[in-house]
Design a protein around this ligand. Structure first.
Ligand code: ATP
Ligand code: ZN
Length: 645
């Protein structure tokens, strides 16, 4: 339990349906349902009270209370027909109506009180005058209906209190889930025209990611076409990226683009609930989504339940998590793939996820969402200042330049802070000053350092330029697709090169080229700064793996010869290892190859220093260079070269 992510969203319903705020007629959401019960309780109590007062009034009649003197007078006048007495209280009935004192009008029945000091001989008097003294009250004390109502009162009150508590603490308010009646299942909502729904137009700076989600949208829009073809779609898409990069926004946009209902839940909400409820919530959620398919289920913070499962005995917290996770996996397995429910999950810890999640048929499509580069930041700023009146001195291009490392959420926050400042100052427009002060505030308030020191950015730019330039210069190497100094995960920058066509066999020249390219980062740093930093760990792992393969597996070293000189994994499991002498030779050969390559890398970079500088400068300026730009900046013609295998 202790290791589950502490990040919480505001308490809310266990899940929310989005797409439209309005409910179609005949369907009521949880809140409205509770409101109805509440109204019912209030009505019941009011009706009850009115009935009680009314009946009581009717039952009581309108007999006046008369003075004992008046009573005595009526007895003397022979006008009393019968009386009933309990203690000193007397009720009676007259033979003929009397005009009552005050506003009572005529009366035949009455009440009175015999004072304790009365020394009359009442009993004799009544007897002699033939007044009946009855055992029954002359005036009924209380009607039968009133009595019934009174006996019902406790029940009415209990029901009212019950409804009140259910409403106040029922599920959906973060209380005891299901204890007071089940929360109605999540209801899908149709998309009302005229309501702003999130679309790809609201997402900027991550175009490649949008591209990857295009076919998901297409599938949701035309599920029948896919069904007719018997085509299966990925059931789950995993959006991986650091906080604030717009994962939730993207999922919403997919739903908005396709115009399908959007069910949203946070994984942590499942396990926060009463033990054992998580799995059934998941079942219910999928059930509802299936009913209105095509639809989208979005599960945020999937890592809270999807982290690698503990092998051994587990504490109850893990059990709950595993049950919930298992339920999600079961539901996803249960999809035929053509049902049209697509699950989008988000995480900022893709590295700790259970591999079971990313197996085919589950979240088999992993989309990395990275922080935006300069152009992306500018586009995001434009989106978030759409509705903000900007003064003429505001230059969003310039602002984007000064905000490296900031995510979409940071930029949205920045725009908003700027607007707040302008309002506070009574301005009608947001000025450049407002925005630069807002930037300071946002950067101070952020927990992580948003902006990499300029020195580190420069070094990273040279490092990546080194990789890229050598990749471009190397005959037969895979073309460079993209160079960026926007950090991703733990990498400060990335140079991507992929082959034109899938290759299955590699020549020695190609492999040497790969090593030279991988060493390019280090070589450039040494060339420019004279020293090397720790940023090259990953590069060296690659280099080592290739060199070891060349020497010990692929027979590319004279000294070792055409031998598979290292034992396979299976052989190693039986304790087999290469002879120490062989290991020494392998080691020496690997070193020789890598040293050679490093020399060549240094030599080439020195020779093309102007190109290296140009690339680094362009990277510092733009942060990301696509294939065409990279070749253009370096002044190297982009030739389709094919390797002789
Ligand atoms: N690429 C983007 N384009 C436009 N706005 C963005 C973008 N990325 C983030 N935002 C803004 O930041 C807000 C927060 O982003 P969102 O909640 O989608 O991030 P997230 O990656 O899901 O974060 P978390 O991991 O914290 O849940 C969005 O509502 C949006 O206003
Ligand atoms: Zn590198």
């Amino acid at each position: 339990m202790s290791d589950s992510a502490p990040r919480r969203k505001a308490p809310d319903q266990p899940w929310r349906t989005e797409g439209t705020p309005e409910e179609p007629p005949g369907r009521s959401g949880g809140r409205r349902m509770r409101g109805r019960w509440w109204g019912l309780a209030v009505t019941a109590v009011v009706v009850f009270l009115l009935a009680y007062i009314g009946l009581n009034y009717l039952d009581r009649g309108d007999e006046p209370t008369i003075s004992y003197t008046e009573f005595s007078r009526q007895v003397q006048a022979d006008n009393v027909s019968k009386i009933y007495s309990k203690g000193d209280a007397i009720q009676g009935e007259l033979k003929s109506a009397r005009d009552a004192p005050g506003d009572h009008g005529d009366y035949t029945t009455f009440r009175t009180q015999r004072p304790a000091f009365a020394e009359d001989d009442l009993w004799q008097e009544l007897n002699s005058r033939g007044v009946t003294v009855t055992a029954e009250p002359v005036v009924k004390e209380r009607g039968a209906l009133t009595n019934l109502l009174i006996s019902l009162a406790p029940i009415v009150i209990i029901v009212a209190v019950w409804i009140f508590i259910a409403r106040r603490f029922g599920p959906g308010r973060g209380g005891a889930g299901g204890m007071f009646g089940r929360k109605p299942p999540p209801k899908p909502v149709e998309l009302l025209p005229g309501r702003h729904r999130t679309t790809f137009a609201d997402v900027a700076g991550i175009d490649e990611v949008k591209g990857e989600l295009d076919d998901v949208v297409d599938f949701l829009e035309h599920p029948d076409a896919y069904r007719a073809m018997g085509a299966k779609m990925p059931r789950g898409v995993l959006l991986a990226g650091s906080p604030g990069t717009g994962k939730t926004l993207l999922a919403r946009a997919v739903a908005g683009e396709a115009g399908v209902p959007f069910f949203s839940a946070s994984a942590s909400e499942f396990i926060e609930m009463i033990v054992g409820v998580g799995a059934s919530r998941v079942r219910e959620l999928f059930g509802e989504a299936r009913k209105v398919a095509p639809s989208i289920i979005f599960i945020d913070e999937i890592d809270t339940i999807g982290r690698v499962r503990s092998g051994g005995a587990s504490v109850s917290g893990h059990d709950e998590r595993e049950q919930t996770l298992n339920q999600i996996l079961t539901e996803m397995d249960g999809f035929t793939g053509s049902e049209g429910v697509i699950v989008i999950a988000a995480t900022n810890r893709a590295d700790i996820l259970d591999p079971a999640l990313t197996r085919p048929g589950r979240f088999d499509r992993v989309v990395n969402v990275s922080p935006p580069d300069r152009r992306g930041r500018e586009a995001i700023l434009r989106i978030h200042t759409r509705d903000i009146p900007l003064a003429d001195d505001v230059d969003l291009t310039q602002l984007a330049r000064t905000t490296p490392g900031m995510t979409g959420a940071d930029l949205a926050n920045l725009a908003n802070e700027g607007a707040l400042l302008a309002v506070k100052r009574g301005q009608s427009q947001v000025t450049a000053t407002d925005l630069s002060e807002a930037l300071e505030k946002v950067q101070l308030g952020a927990e992580r350092t948003l902006v990499m020191p300029e020195e580190d950015r420069r070094r990273t730019a040279y490092h990546e330029s080194g990789h890229a330039l050598l990749g471009m210069l190397q005959p037969g190497a895979d073309p460079v697709r993209k160079v960026t100094i926007v950090p991703r995960g733990r990498a400060l920058g990335v140079t991507m090169s992929t082959p034109e066509v899938e290759r299955y066999a590699h020549s020695e020249e190609y492999l040497r080229g790969r090593i030279i390219g991988a060493l390019g980062g280090m070589a450039a740093e040494e060339e420019v700064y004279g020293v090397v930093t720790t940023g090259a760990e990953n590069d060296l792992e690659q280099v080592t793996a290739i060199a070891r393969g060349m020497v010990a597996r692929w027979g590319m070293s004279e000294a070792v010869g055409r031998l598979s000189a290292l034992p396979s994994d299976a052989q190693q499991a039986y304790g087999l290892s290469a002879a120490p002498r062989t290991l020494d030779v392998i080691d020496a050969e690997m070193r020789r190859i890598v040293d050679d390559c490093y020399e060549e890398a240094r030599r080439k970079l020195r020779e093309h220093r102007d190109r290296l500088d140009a690339l680094a400068a362009a990277l510092l300026e733009q942060e990301t260079l696509e294939e065409a730009d990279a070749y253009r900046v370096a002044g190297i013609p982009r030739l389709a070269k094919s390797e002789t295998a």
